[in-house]
Design a protein around this ligand. Sequence first.
Ligand SMILES: Cc1ncc(COP(=O)(O)O)c(C=O)c1O
Length: 367
Amino acid sequence: MAIEFIDLKTQYARLRETIHQRIDHVLENGQYIMGPEVGELERRLADYVGTRHCVAVSSGTDALLIAMMALGIGPGDEVVTSPFTFIATGEMIALLGARPVFVDIDPLTYNIDPLRIEAAITTRTRAIMPVSLYGQCADFDAINAIAARHGLPVIEDGAQSFGATFQGRRSCGLSTVGCSSFFPSKPLGCYGDGGACFTDDEQIAGRMRQIRSHGQDRRYHHPVIGINGRIDRLQAAILLAKLDILDEEIRARARVGARYSSLLAGAVRTPHVDSRNTSVYGQYTVEVPQRDKVQAALSQQGIPTAVHYPLPLNIQPAFASLGQPAGSFPVAEEAARRVLSLPMHPYLDEFQQDTICSALIDAVTWQ
Ligand SMILES: Cc1ncc(COP(=O)(O)O)c(C=O)c1O
């Protein structure tokens, strides 16, 4: 059987009946935008994360945009964040006319290094935006303490970490606002684009709700500028079906992750999960020398891999105007040269995992 990087088909086969029932219900009901599934999803997600409010939105990217708009971030402002992330994190800051201020990462967890944050804070800083990369939360104790000293909100980019915990509390419920993505390949994914913002703050939640629907407080009355940031009802219905098995899938991910780490110990650098964290392994990412050769050797044996991410944001041409060329963030840049993500999903069986690990060990030993 072919090894999938992420196997969504097995999950679908398992949930087929429930998903179809839920989809049919929406189709037969005739209301396709918002609707009861969205409200039900928001209640269940808020309950799951442990926040008072959840605002379900059109994508993880829009969740970041909406959270920052609700906090009033705009031209001339600065947001402190990690350069080692998917483009959306820095992109949404820039889209609002603000400046992403990158801070190098911790070499063990790949998350923003809290020891370097304070030096990046200026009078223009309006927020800190840590990314919980590869399924493991950033150090929220340290980050929240710095933010409190400077009176700044903290927005978690939890696109890869939905379901993870830090000190027993769930990702997206650890700071002022938490944002997640329900892109199909995420630990909780729909069949299109989707995302959510989480907060305990009633006013911020109210503003995010307005911004999600063109800034309106009631139909055709628009006190503020917003966007079309709604999640569609079909995606909400699909997420409700998948939520029923999320915890079981997270346990399976943890099993797969732990087994990878024991099979690969000593051969490659395996993920370091901080003792305060549980990881959902949004990605299972190792470090290898001569990555291109290793990736080609695995590909020849039908083993798909991916690189998250080959360029830190400071080196992306889109951010050239920030003037932070190669060499500005040595830890992130070295990680970007070495990281390699292996197939990871709850349905990866032991035989497939053994095949992947022996091919990887061979590929790194032959070099
Ligand atoms: C760290 C990070 N932030 C933001 C996003 C954006 O989420 P979406 O693809 O749902 O817009 C992603 C998704 O890939 C991500 O990995």
